[in-house]
Design a protein around this ligand. Structure first.
Ligand code: ADP
Length: 255
């Protein structure tokens, strides 16, 4: 397998606080990786450093190839959409910003919107879109320039189960085309389309491996319960079940 991206000693410090602490990992081409961890673990900060938007305090991100703008597609956790634009206008604009030539931008935008299942909404104003449609729109703007690396920050967390399913299936279909790194705080969402899991906690990589390897370490079968806060999870874990040291907010229980 060819390595697309190599992260070495990646660290971000704000004043006295280290929010991302000496991460080492690799992403191979055409694989998908889930960056998992509770809120505050450092997922967004890590992704921001990979996009080049945020400068690491120390450490390096090496990626083969040239212009980052062309190489990377990014869907932030809270994307900013101009609600007065149509889907096609928005994705065309994103294509232009990512370096797609003007002549091709509209056609590429249309193709991507069709790919994400928004073919009937090309000319509809974004203001009228549901959460699931917005997320699909966000994905289409992130892939319109055919990036080698697709970074997605919590792409399914805000969606209902149907929207989640749709977006996860969509991402699964993209693995042939690109390399995917996406963050989530919900372990279940990382299960099916993931070649590699990276567990972040307090800025540190506490577990790393394939789903199978990680599962074996935690004993199968694994059922995941999501809690609103770490305290709730701890309370539950202390009382009855095993507490996964890796994910922090999650407990896996056996039945
Ligand atoms: P996650 O995406 O896993 O929820 P974040 O990367 O957003 O985590 O945040 C990790 C930690 O870094 C949090 O404790 C957050 O408060 C802190 N943090 C993030 N950005 C800044 C900043 N600009 N200044 C100071 N602390 C920050």
């Amino acid at each position: 397998m060819t390595t697309l991206l190599e992260v070495t000693g990646l660290t971000k410090r704000y004043a006295e606080k280290i929010v991302v602490d000496a991460l080492d990992f690799k992403l191979d081409e055409h694989t998908s990786t889930a960056l998992i961890g509770p809120n505050g673990a450092g997922k967004t900060t890590t992704l921001s450093m990979l996009t080049g938007l945020l400068k690491p305090t120390t450490g390096s991100v090496k990626m083969s190839g040239g212009d980052l703008r062309a190489m990377i597609g990014f869907l932030p956790q809270y994307p900013q959409f101009q609600p007065w634009l149509s889907a096609l206008e928005f994705v065309e604009m994103a294509a232009r910003l990512s370096g797609v030539p003007a002549k091709k931008a509209r056609l590429e935008a249309q193709k991507m919107l069709e790919f994400v299942g928004l073919e009937d909404a090309l000319h509809k104003k974004i203001a009228t879109f549901s959460g699931g449609m917005k997320q699909r729109l966000g994905i289409s703007q992130a892939i319109v320039h055919k990036p080698k690396l697709l970074l997605l920050d919590e792409p399914v967390s805000a969606l209902d189960p149907v929207g989640r399913r749709e977006v996860l299936d969509l991402l699964k279909g993209l693995q042939q085309e690109t390399t995917i790194l996406y963050s989530t705080h919900i372990l279940n969402d990382a299960e099916e389309m993931t070649d590699q899991l990276l567990f972040l906690r307090d800025g540190k990589l506490v577990e790393q491996g394939t789903l199978r390897e990680v599962r074996q370490r935690f004993d199968e079968p694994m059922y995941v319960v999501e809690f609103g806060s770490e305290e709730e999870a701890r309370l539950f874990a202390d009382q009855s079940e095993k507490y996964t040291k890796a994910a922090g907010c999650y407990v896996h229980v056996e039945i």
